[in-house]
Design a protein. Structure first.
Length: 437
């Protein structure tokens, strides 16, 4: 693989992965108490994550990241399971990211687009189209893909900057729309959201998976982790506060709230351009974030193919672009299938929520391995603290959110789906072990 990434490329890559603009709407919808949750998540999850990833990247500067760390700490089977679950979590993550992004992008079309923003007849085909466009573009590699990450990070901060600007204007011209308080609401319905706060700060591990494509990995990864971690915490707290200044929590949609904020601010100050501008920046930010996770996720099957746990085709690189093209195409097929499967029998919002919860569980299970590896290799405080938050997030993510048609069907899809995905790793590992022998 070609070494295409330097420090500021990795910083923008991290930020593009970390800055999930859709989480601003989810946090603002939960109310001003989410500001305290952002702070707790930054101190108890993001900070330990930066410490652990920095330490492990310095010690094991190789392509594969979390797969290599878990292999060194706990052996081949645990490394395979960790990489498998992380890979699958991203397969389920891509549709949820695009469902939200496509819904908010519809605001670029004005009132006509807004009517279709949460209509599955528009969202599903548009999501599939955007999904495959991103996978196809990733075939050309990081020489092009890194610019998508840079544009995604810049767009995220432009969104936050506009939110803060118009939030301050609201404060000076008639007051804010929300009465601020520090403590989050303690209700059963809000428990599911709390796990998503920590999940929103997942992303620092992505760049380390691309170890073989980063110049001076041992120095770049730790520096980039601290810079982008601080930038991420500031983005979420300032952006959420600004959204709450513009709109009351109950008025904010968890799916399209960011575009709504642009519409409200534009109507208040006669800036009709603001809502389409927000939608454009959201679209670019979403594509940047998707590109970052696709780039990182494709390297895991590549590493598993090299170790013979997956068929040899996964270890092949495209003859022209030097990218793991088999992994890229397989991810596109699996993400498309999951998007259609979880839409069956559910509203668009419910399908979106089920995919989010399945993604949270499948993502945090590998983080148990990441923090345990950090604990084993010297980061005791960071490994224990991050591991505790990860386990808590796993428990809360199985709590059904309000609006679910059937609690039992929800649990079957989320918990049962995660168990089946984990069990599917065993026969693949056994066959791969026999192949390697």
């Amino acid at each position: 693989m070609r070494r295409e990434l330097k420090l500021w490329h990795v910083v923008s890559f991290n930020l593009s992965a970390l800055l999930g603009v859709r989480w601003l709407a989810a946090a603002a919808h939960a109310g001003p108490g989410s500001l305290l949750l952002w702070l707790i998540a930054a101190l108890a999850f993001l900070l330990p994550c930066a410490l652990v990833i920095s330490r492990l990247s310095e010690r094991f500067p190789q392509e594969g990241g979390l797969y290599i760390w878990t292999k060194k700490a706990f052996g081949d089977w645990h490394a395979f399971l960790c990489a498998w679950l992380y890979f699958i979590s991203n397969i389920t993550y891509f549709p949820t990211l695009l469902l939200s992004g496509v819904a908010m992008a519809s605001y670029m079309l004005g009132q006509t687009g807004i009517r279709y923003s949460e209509d599955a007849r528009y969202a599903i085909p548009a999501t599939l189209g955007a999904l495959w466009l991103t996978f196809i573009l990733n075939l050309v590699g990081l020489r092009i893909g890194k610019w998508a990450g840079i544009l995604g990070a810049v767009s995220g901060y432009l969104i936050a900057g506009l939110l803060i600007l118009f939030g301050l204007m609201f404060a000076f011209h008639g007051g804010v729309a929300t009465r601020f308080h520090l403590l989050p609401k303690l209700s059963f319905d809000s428990l599911n959201f709390w796990s998503q706060i920590a999940f929103a700060m997942v992303g620092l591990e992505v760049a380390s998976i691309l170890g073989g494509e980063i110049h001076d990995l041992g120095n770049v990864i730790p520096r980039a982790a601290w810079i982008s971690g601080l930038g991420c915490a500031g983005f979420y707290m300032a952006g959420t506060a600004a959204m709450l200044a513009l709109m009351a929590p109950e008025q904010i949609s968890t799916l399209t709230g960011l575009a709504q904020a642009g519409q409200v601010a534009g109507a208040r100050f006669g800036a009709s351009w603001l809502s389409p501008c927000f939608a454009l920046f959201i679209t670019v930010s979403t594509v940047g974030q998707l590109t970052a996770f696709v780039a990182g996720n494709t390297r895991l099957p590549f590493a598993l193919g090299i170790d013979h746990y997956l068929p040899p085709a996964f270890a092949k690189l495209h003859p022209r672009w030097h990218t793991p093209y088999v992994s890229i195409l397989m991810q596109g097929i699996l993400s498309s299938a999951l998007l259609l499967l979880f839409q069956l029998g559910e509203t668009l919002r419910a399908a979106y929520q089920i995919l989010v919860d399945l993604t949270v569980i499948a993502t945090f299970l590998p983080f148990v391995y990441i923090f345990a590896s950090g604990f084993k290799f010297g980061q005791r405080w960071a490994g224990a603290t991050g591991g505790l938050i990860t386990v808590l997030a796993l428990i809360l993510s199985v709590v059904p959110p309000p609006g679910v048609a059937s609690v039992w069907i929800f649990e079957l899809k989320v918990v049962g789906g995660t168990i089946l995905l984990a069990l599917a790793a065993l026969p693949i590992y056994i066959r791969g072990t026999a192949r390697a022998a």
